[in-house]
Design a binder for this molecule. Structure first.
Ligand code: PDD
Length: 286
């Protein structure tokens, strides 16, 4: 039984409750973050906290009182649940007014709902999937136009995962106007020679915290980085491909729409980036 955090209280998971009028439930009016835990410490916490604040601001969502203390809440949940490897999920919604209404509630009377819980994943860093690599299909990107905000509107990404599952593969890369935007819950990359290619930042993709760190480490390791759109055909002809996210770190992609990428197994650059990312992030984990 997990101990979770709801609006200032640490409770057993089966006693934690939110209102049926919560705007997260009725309108998907909420934002979230997923922060990974390695060696009982938080990875890239500062980046996730900063993006969270930006998501709140972009949606004119009031800042919950606990915002400056979120590091402590994360640490307390890690401690209470004895997490060595896994994730912390955090969600903030616009709160629960006393009726359903499209108009935002008055922030004076409706305060944000804040929920955090842990996900215990022993072996997360040493994942067998990373040794094998994953296979992806391409699908049309049918999400809304503000994907830079990390909202809880995850229906289309869920449908994308189901399409991947139905096709017998692990994930889907979404395509818009002929170019890959990102994976259903991760950023997408290809490698050609010594160059790492990943879509430029904009409203079309989430600005991954793992993406920022990996690109920085890649440049420090003298690899070339090109931030630009790429197509599925380019990915199929690339030397390597991979994805990044807080829950997968750097994960090699070995097949795109049934075509093997490079040698059809995890490539040396993706493997090295995964190693560097894990080593360097562990050094500065909080
Ligand atoms: N997903 N793009 C999308 C659409 C995402 O949902 C995510 C993260 C990322 C990677 O961002 P980061 O490196 O900051 O985790 C990119 C999380 C892990 C999730 O929804 O579970």
């Amino acid at each position: 039984m997990r101990t979770v955090y709801v609006n200032g209280e640490y409770l057993p998971e089966n006693e934690a409750k939110v209102s049926i009028f919560d705007r997260g439930f009725l309108m998907a009016d909420g934002v979230y973050e997923v922060t990974s835990v390695l060696d009982g410490k938080l990875i890239d916490f500062a980046g996730h906290a900063k993006r969270l604040e930006r998501s709140l601001n972009e949606l004119d969502m009031p800042h919950p009182e606990v915002l400056p203390d979120l590091l402590e809440v994360h640490r307390e949940l890690v401690r209470l649940n004895g997490i060595e490897e896994g994730m912390i999920y955090l969600q903030i919604t616009r709160g629960a007014p006393d009726d359903r209404d499209f108009v935002f509630p008055d922030p004076e009377t409706t305060t944000p709902t804040v929920v955090l819980f842990t996900q215990n994943k022993p072996g997360l860093a040493n994942s067998p999937a990373a040794k094998k690599g994953i296979k992806v299909i391409s699908i049309q990107d049918q999400r809304w136009a503000r994907r830079d905000i990390k909202t809880v509107q995850l229906l289309f990404p869920s449908m994308g995962k189901m399409m991947a599952k139905a096709a017998g593969v692990d994930d889907a890369w979404m395509v818009e106007d002929g170019a890959v935007t990102e994976g259903t819950s991760n950023n997408a990359y290809i490698i050609k020679g010594n160059t790492i290619i990943t879509r430029h930042l904009g409203n079309e993709i989430l600005h991954g915290i793992t993406r920022a760190a990996v690109l920085r480490f890649a440049q420090e390791a003298q690899m070339k980085v090109e931030e630009r759109s790429f197509t599925i055909a380019e990915a199929q002809e690339a030397d390597e491909a991979f994805i990044t996210s807080a829950s997968t770190f750097v994960m090699p992609v070995v097949e795109v729409d049934g075509v093997a990428v490079g040698a059809g197994k995890p490539g040396p650059v993706a493997e090295r980036l995964r190693e560097i990312y894990l080593d360097e992030s562990r050094k500065v984990a909080m």
